[in-house]
Design a protein around this ligand. Sequence first.
Ligand code: RB5
Length: 147
Amino acid sequence: MKYIIGNDHGGIDLVDSVEEKLLELGHEVEKIGTYTKDSCDYPDFAKEACEKVLANQADFAILICGTGIGMSLAANKFKGIRAACVSDVFSAKMSRAHNNCNVLCFGSRVIGSEVAKMIVEVFANTKFEGGRHSNRVEKITEIEEKN
Ligand code: RB5
């Protein structure tokens, strides 16, 4: 699978760990985030990453800012993006198994690199369960279409 990693200055500290974990799992990585601690705007990176996912230039995106919140808010404005902001492994698993999320967000001011790597691993290794969850995800898409 191909993953985009996007980050602002607040998310920079976790980028190397996330990239390392994805490569170790055998995935392809494209980094589109900032490389410096100079202040910048997280929606710019969320936009670029989500556009690539929606254009099938990547399968998933991982977006990292200070909290993960701003990135997830921006990402969820895109039709077809289901972004989860998580800081624990169980939620990361459920974001794939039940919600079929295609974007994972977290904050480097919230979690450390070891937890981030565990979250990335479980997200990458968990498949959408479908079944009753498909109906629910379709209802989210309906809301998106109508609002
Ligand atoms: C930047 O200071 C910070 O606001 C940003 O990284 C993010 O946490 C926003 O949600």
